[in-house]
Design a protein around this ligand. Sequence first.
Ligand SMILES: Nc1ncnc2c1ncn2[C@@H]1O[C@H](COP(=O)(O)OP(=O)(O)OP(=O)(O)O)[C@@H](O)[C@H]1O
Ligand SMILES: [Mg+2]
Length: 396
Amino acid sequence: MAIGEIFLGSFFQVLFDKLASMGVDYVQQEGISITLLHKCKGMLEIINAVLDDAEDKQLNGERLAKLWLDDVRDLAYDMEDLLDEVEIEATQAKSKAESSTSRGQVKRKFPFFSRPCSLVSKTKLQEITGKFEEILKKKALLSLKENVVDRSHYTNKRLPSTSLPEPQFFGREKEEAEILKLLTVEAKNANSPLSIVSIVGMGGVGKTALAQWLYNDARVSSCFERRAWVCVSDVFDVLDITKTILRSVTGEPCENKDLNELQVKLKDNLSRKKFLVVLDNVWKVKYGEWTSLLKPFEAGAKGSKIIITTRNNPIVSITRASPYPLKELSLDDCTSLLAHHALGARNFERHRALETIGKKIAEKCRGLPLAVKMLGGLLRNRENPDEWEAILNNKI
Ligand SMILES: Nc1ncnc2c1ncn2[C@@H]1O[C@H](COP(=O)(O)OP(=O)(O)OP(=O)(O)O)[C@@H](O)[C@H]1O
Ligand SMILES: [Mg+2]
């Protein structure tokens, strides 16, 4: 099953959306070749069409397919960085144009706003096009087929997370104890009452589930006077995040307020209080957004904490968080998780005929509980070993 594809595929969708929203005027004006951008989009589409087959081959142990997918993943990240850079430049250019019409002075004051930055983008775009071409050449060698699987079966959109934990949570005792310590120990840095812990790991490894479990642990909740859970996802909207936190700590609606009113009120509510805020699934954040979000938190009491869950390491540097890398779930815990979702049991004790094959399926999920849960869902109430065999042999 195309587990990795789910993430790579949705990542590609983000790239397509960004490309679609990019201002053509700006791109042309800055000399970034629109033809090259279109070429990249075309190549992304070709790669996207064969992701399923590549994943299939990777799962069947084909090393070259794995290496190819690694290259595709790296390229997708490069492409995202480039699009971010272009987006930032476009915003800067817009504000520059606005202020230069009013004052006519900006160009001399901020010369770095213009050409050199765009040259970086141009060179990067050329590099990326080169990488694309390499990847397409290798694709030909792998004889990857297009659209071999109907993705709609398992690309159902994930729901936003809430603070409520999974009713059945498996393993993670060591991780829980370690993060618990980070949360309950007073911040060493006397200058700031606040410290930030970031649970970092690949998609579906269980970051959110662990944060939910900790958030509801009595040893954690008893430490904090105020708590808030925010599902951030792909857009880091300071106004929305502040609103959600304020609503959680006051229990009151706060619509129709601007950022200033919200921040002042939040600051008052957090003043000298020890609080815990979880920012779940942070995809990206710009430094300016981060510092803006933090302003009201400085009023809190010493020992206040923020937990961030993220797939992306750069978030750790921007937020200066203590990183907690979350590794794969153990095979035993994956097996129990599979039994839970497929059979409604904590283990295979009452289903011995499915035990060996169940373990093999769990193994195939490579420590990703999200994958286990999806396969468990497909096998729900199916006790015929042939059906389990079909899942194991990837024929879904
Ligand atoms: N230890 C666990 N016990 C039971 N279920 C788990 C465990 N870890 C994760 N899960 C389940 O697996 C699924 C994926 O986990 P989760 O959403 O926490 O992953 P994630 O690392 O936050 O992924 P993403 O990067 O996409 O946000 C969830 O439905 C979650 O409930
Ligand atoms: Mg998550």
